[in-house]
Design a binder for this molecule. Structure first.
Ligand SMILES: [Zn+2]
Ligand SMILES: [Zn+2]
Length: 306
């Protein structure tokens, strides 16, 4: 009996190892297959991309309860409700504002200027997806890097004040930052809608993996190209200077290209002595330098002349 139980446990451990080795690459392959074969009638429905993106996120979140990475990152009610708030905010508002204020005007400008990239329409589907992924990630990389090296840090800091990582934490941050970091020039390219949606779905899945409290046994080739939780947790480490590496949201390859890749991982994450911010503080964070200035001026003695 004991031997059977022992063998059973060994079998389960081996299975878990296989599943958590293949999970990330298999998910990306399934996403590509799904969007490559989606019927046109389904592609037209606006809710499909949102539903699939949220479904992917929920799946990665569920994995946290199967193979946890750090008990200190375990999702409690407070963290869950905050994450849920930002998921709703992103899909109900930020993604829509992005389309109206950035994507649509850029597409109109492209049309007015007569810019065409017809060649992109003739590429194989997988090449179209990776072209879209690279264009979006390239912009995101530089904007994110700029945020760590300029006044834009005030918009991005709330994302770094999170004190634990979970699947939806990629969407937690100041709304202005969430808007800025999603800006891209992808609307300048002629690409089929299913390739674009596939690229969005892939970046969402990879960002969820990179923030998830899941112990993956990632294949080395996968971690060479795609962002995983190890380099991204290092990006979330406590010292501000140490956060200046591993900027890529989904394609860590870009950090390797520009010399900002750093190997390693961090379990203790956060900023400013790991003070956890409330949603209201995350929203008001970019105003902090202004408020500090006003406060400093208030403290100054009034000059006699006036
Ligand atoms: Zn950052
Ligand atoms: Zn992050």
């Amino acid at each position: 009996m004991l031997v059977i139980r022992h063998a059973g446990r060994h079998f389960m451990t081996a299975m878990k190892k296989i599943v958590f080795t293949l999970f990330q690459p298999a998910t990306l392959a399934l996403i590509i297959l799904f969007w490559a074969t989606i019927p046109a009638a389904m592609l037209d429905k606006a809710w499909v991309i949102t539903a699939i993106s949220i479904g992917t996120l929920v799946m990665v979140q569920a994995l946290e309860f199967v193979n946890e990475r750090h008990s200190g990152w375990r999702l409690d009610t407070r963290e869950f409700l905050t994450d849920l708030f930002y998921v709703v905010l992103y899909f109900a508002a930020i993604a829509k504002v992005e389309t109206k204020l950035a994507e649509e005007p850029l597409a109109s400008a492209k049309h007015a200027l007569g810019i065409t990239t017809d060649w992109a329409m003739h590429l194989p589907f997988v090449a179209q997806v990776f072209l879209a992924l690279f264009v979006m990630e390239f912009g995101q990389y530089w904007l994110h890097r700029l945020m760590h090296n300029s006044f834009l840090w005030w918009t991005h800091a709330p994302h770094h004040h999170i004190t634990q990582l979970n699947a939806a934490k990629g969407l937690v941050g100041n709304p202005l930052e969430l808007f800025l970091v999603s800006l891209s020039v992808i609307a300048l390219f002629d690409l089929p809608l299913n390739a674009l949606f596939c690229a969005y779905n892939l970046t969402g899945a990879i960002a969820a993996f990179a923030h998830a409290n899941v112990r993956f046994y990632t294949p080395r080739w996968y971690a060479f190209f795609f962002t995983t939780v190890e380099p991204h947790s290092l990006h979330h480490t406590v010292g501000f200077a140490e956060t200046r590496c591993n900027y890529a949201n989904a394609l860590i390859l870009i950090d390797r290209m520009f010399g900002t890749f750093r190997a390693g991982e961090a379990e203790v994450v956060g900023q400013d002595e790991r003070k956890r911010l409330l949603i209201s503080q995350q929203f008001l964070f970019p105003l902090r330098p202004l408020l500090a200035m006003l406060k400093a001026n208030q403290g100054k003695p009034v000059s006699p002349s006036g």
